[in-house]
Design a protein around this ligand. Sequence first.
Ligand code: NCC
Length: 276
Amino acid sequence: SSNMLGKRLRKVVQNYQAMNKYGVELSGPGGVATRPKLPPQPMISDLGPYKSCAVVSSAGSLRYSGLGKEIDSHDAVLRFNAAPTVGYEKDVGSKTTLRLLNSQVMASDDHRFLSSSLYSTGVLVAWDPAPFSADLSQWYNKTDYPIFAQYQRYRRLHPLQPFYILHPRFEWQLWQRIQDNMAEPIQKNPPSSGLLGTVMMMSLCEVVHVYEFLPSRRKTELCHYYQRFYDAACTLGAYHPLLYEKNLVKRMNQGVDQDIYTHGRVTLPGFITINC
Ligand code: NCC
């Protein structure tokens, strides 16, 4: 019944709030060599609060969307991994306030993370899949990709650009919230950058607009708006519990369904505005 759904939704929001208390605490493992190079404060005390934010998924359905102007009209814009703006301004805008990177992008040769100008705009935030226990030293000694070595190299080259690392606890607390809202067991892999970034922005913004995370009428098998590569798994997920992430975002959406259909847009409340 709708009453049941209302109760469940409130639970989702309460869960998010509970998580937010310490979820987006961005800092490095204490006492390790990276420490002097990490920002002294957690991100949430350095950035924002922003009134209105845009989260731009990298989905192929952004192509020919004409959403660029709307995206740029927000106070802060989050982009992911190697997603470019140059040449795609009409569809995705040109403003980049934050960029969330997975450690694979930081480490693989094709992305030229240390030398490409793509990464030099805005605040960088990096994450790496950690063991479920989210034990810091266990993770530090066995990261999926060499996130810390690359972080240190990048910081030496760009000492003035703000650059944070996501605490792995955040990945698994968010994973737990996805699982709590599903009857069936979901795969034990961290949420995609898309959901991690969306929740991160809910901590920094009064309202968050996410573009083409829930696909619009432009839904396509084109993986990214910036590459000629087709794979439906980009939208539906394989490694990441992406379909379940999307269900959760659909349930939290405060906008109308028409906005999803025409703009691929959902509207989520920032944590500061939630009172329950
Ligand atoms: O593809 P990716 O993500 O960089 O996309 C960023 C986020 O946008 C959402 N998305 C993307 C494509 C699509 N068709 N639909 C979508 O909803 C997702 O929420 C996605 O997280 C990642 O999560 O970090 C991911 O990174 C890529 C890859 O590492 C980078 O693009 C760099 O090449 C992963 N692909 C592979 O490992 C092959 C992808 O699984 C997830």
